[in-house]
Design a protein around this ligand. Sequence first.
Ligand code: HEM
Length: 433
Amino acid sequence: PGPKGLPLIGNLHQIDACKPHQTFTDWAKIHGSVYQLRFGFTPVIIASGYNSIHEILVANGSDFSGRPSSFRMSYQQQHTGFAFLDPSPKGHCLRKLTFRHLKTVGDGMVRVERLAAVANRSLLHKLAASDGAAVDPKDYFYQATMSMMLMLIFGKHLEEGDSEFQQLRDIEDSQNLGLSPGGAGELLDIFPWLRHFNNKTFKLLKHAVSIRHAFFQDYLRKMNESSDSYGKGIVDQMIRSIREEDLEEQLDDLDVEVAVFNLQVAGSVSTTLHLYCFCNIMLHNKEIMRRMQHEIDTTIDENEPIRLNDKTRLPYSRACILELFRYASTGPLSIPHKTIRDTTLQGHFVAKDTIVMTNLWQLHHDEDFWEKPWEFNPERFLDDHGELVLPDHPNRKHLLPFSAGPRVCMGEYFAHSRLFLWLTAMLRRFDLE
Ligand code: HEM
């Protein structure tokens, strides 16, 4: 099933370019939880509702664990990394290695707290400097998340104003411009030979890849020469593991470069958006903001920093963060998947290499499941005693902001912990007006 399109362009002209998730949700009401569209000549399956999405991500996750490829993405990723490739033994090895060094067990928890505290101090300082005057904090949030990602990856404290910070920002900006969906950039995916004709998008991508590569090579050189400020981040740990564990046949410097830049991009934008949405939501829900502030003030000693261990003592604040994930759904369509073999979905045959998109926004606002989904209501994640409901509660199971299964977000714990530390610290210090 699916909406009828036109011969050449398929359904592209019918989709709201700013809110495709809204168009897909409207179509789900007519065509059901699984239907097929065409983007030009390419068939794409859109899934909504818990059962179909769970089947794709978890129950039959392996069959749906591929990623669609495009000329621009393959060029930008230099055919490596793990986030935008089909599963392969090499990708698996790189994912495992990256995750091992990102993982937050044991001293990892202390590390997240330490890094979050450094970036947070600077963020709170910038917010306080406005001294009550109106301020748009979006760029402050971006700088804080980016700065924390850079400490984690490169082991260095870099801030706006440092030349290396600026270089990294240039890399990200050029990448984003080159990869932005829609417009002239798409043409390069359809006609890759345009790169031989002074194509503007290709020039941007080429620039992004070459400055990223130069930055990384320079970083490795300095890391090999020095032993103090360098060498405390994920890059150093990954390179050391590759040598010590005889993985050189499978992985090299370029693999590490692309993997850590995947982390940096994934980790900066998503958290910035959540911080920003949270402020907006609180401005329209002052009662909830006050209740969260009250919980923090009456639970944590005012001279003590808020720690990750305090999570269990702040159930209302945690429920606000879960509700933020649901209500804001900042990645409404997640990242597209692709079938890696012939399979089935809700009883329909799906051929190998079919693109599949999960409409997480619909899942999080499904009127048949959520009571008043358009209201910001943290109570839906609390039980009668004011405690957070357990992970197997239906409301928690229907909340998949980080997706699930073999492709689940690698930074889930990290992102969740960082948001908890920053949002509680921000509301403890400031009233949003
Ligand atoms: C609130 C913040 C975040 C949200 C809501 C979020 C959400 C997501 C989602 C929905 C996916 C796609 C999963 C799929 O394809 O099924 C994803 C992938 C990914 N995320 Fe996150 N993310 C967040 C923060 C982070 C952070 C902080 C990092 C890194 C430290 C990170 C690293 C990644 C990576 C590497 C992938 C690709 C995984 C793969 O393809 O195997 N994310 N994320």
